[in-house]
Write a protein that binds this ligand. Structure first.
Ligand code: PEP
Ligand code: MN
Length: 338
């Protein structure tokens, strides 16, 4: 149920409604907008009809059932869009945000070089995987904590915040102590234990769509994080599995405007894992901006030929600089009305 407060409702009236919701065993999720405050009462779906009684409390304008199964992620429970601030970077704001870096942290030299390339190109956030979820158990699994330390060093040297993946609920505490944004990868989009764990964190979460998840399932996964208390979730479309084999996955560009319709959360696109080939990264990036994405996460490597993972889809530095030039040029026209 959503409880819509009158515009001008006082803090005391809002607090009173929150206490009343909690006394009935529901969680209250207030969203303070410019115009008015909306309070989501979320909990067990069985008989919520008595929440309608909130209409008799002072300061309440009306109540409304939340029809969507993804309640906190839905636009019904929040006025406006969520903007997530990471250092000086705003994700979901007017600027198109670019996260860039190698698939995996491989060594100090490779990571520092990658960080300077990301910085030189004008990226906002540096990426690099220290825990790698690999299809084969024989493939490189990541540098783990040593990799996280290199990411922290790269942040210190460039000033760029870092995003890195966490694959195991037991590692969340460790990863969040180094990362500015924690990534949940496509393979873990429905790892509910992991989602609940990052839901308790204060760090923003970049949640990638799985190769086999519907848009609604992605939003239900976001709901796990939001309902555990972490409101800072960024969604990422990274391609889904279809009958097409010319690309690694099929970038579902329509997911971007559809998600924008369904949720207040920011949405970014990963053209690298979608395409699986560096050649398609630039055109797909332009397309991502055109359909209204809030940003990109792209793989860049100083020497893709020697990358330990995802070299084929990683941009060489020069190609990355070209991408950034294009992005900044297009931004002035394409993002004007977003
Ligand atoms: C990655 O970002 O390196 C990654 C493994 O991505 P995905 O989870 O989208 O496959
Ligand atoms: Mn990768």
């Amino acid at each position: 149920m959503i409880i819509i407060m009158k515009s001008g409702a006082t803090d005391a009236q809002i607090d009173n409604v929150i206490r009343w919701i909690e006394s009935l065993g529901y969680k209250a999720h207030p969203s303070r907008g410019v115009e008015r405050t909306i309070i989501g009462a979320v909990g067990d779906n069985r008989d919520k009809s008595y929440l309608k009684l909130a209409e008799s409390l002072s300061g309440v304008e009306r109540t409304m059932p939340i029809l969507k199964p993804y309640k906190l992620a839905s636009r019904e429970t929040k006025e406006g869009r969520t903007v997530i601030t990471v250092g000086n970077v705003e994700i979901g704001g007017p600027r198109f945000v670019v996260m860039a870096g190698p698939c995996a942290v491989e060594s100090e030299e490779q990571m520092m070089e990658s960080a300077y390339i990301a910085k030189k190109g004008g990226a906002d956030i540096l990426r690099g995987g220290a825990f790698k979820p690999r299809t084969s158990p024989y493939s490189f699994q990541g540098m783990e904590e040593d990799g996280l330390k290199l990411l922290a060093m790269a942040r210190e040297r460039t000033g760029l915040p870092v995003v890195t993946e966490v694959v195991n609920p037991a590692d969340v505490e460790l990863v969040e102590s180094y990362a500015d944004v924690m990534q949940i990868g496509a393979r873990n989009v429905q790892n509910f234990a992991l989602l609940k764990e990052v839901g308790q964190s204060k760090k923003p979460v970049l949640l990638k769509r799985g190769m086999m998840t519907t848009i609604e399932e992605l939003l239900m996964s976001a709901e796990y994080i939001l309902s555990a208390g972490n409101q800072r979730v960024i969604l990422c479309e990274r391609g889904i599995r279809t009958f097409e084999t010319a690309t690694r996955n099929t970038l579902d560009l329509s997911a971007v405007p559809v998600l924008k319709q369904m949720t207040h959360l920011p949405v970014i696109v990963d053209p690298s894992h979608a395409a699986g080939n560096w050649r398609y990264v630039l055109p797909l990036s332009r397309a991502a901006m055109a359909v209204g994405a809030d940003g990109l996460i792209v793989e860049v490597h100083p020497e893709p030929d020697h990358a330990v993972s995802d070299g084929v889809q990683s941009l060489k530095p020069e190609k990355f600089y070209r991408l950034m030039e294009d992005i900044r040029l297009l931004e002035n026209t394409l993002r004007r009305d977003m």
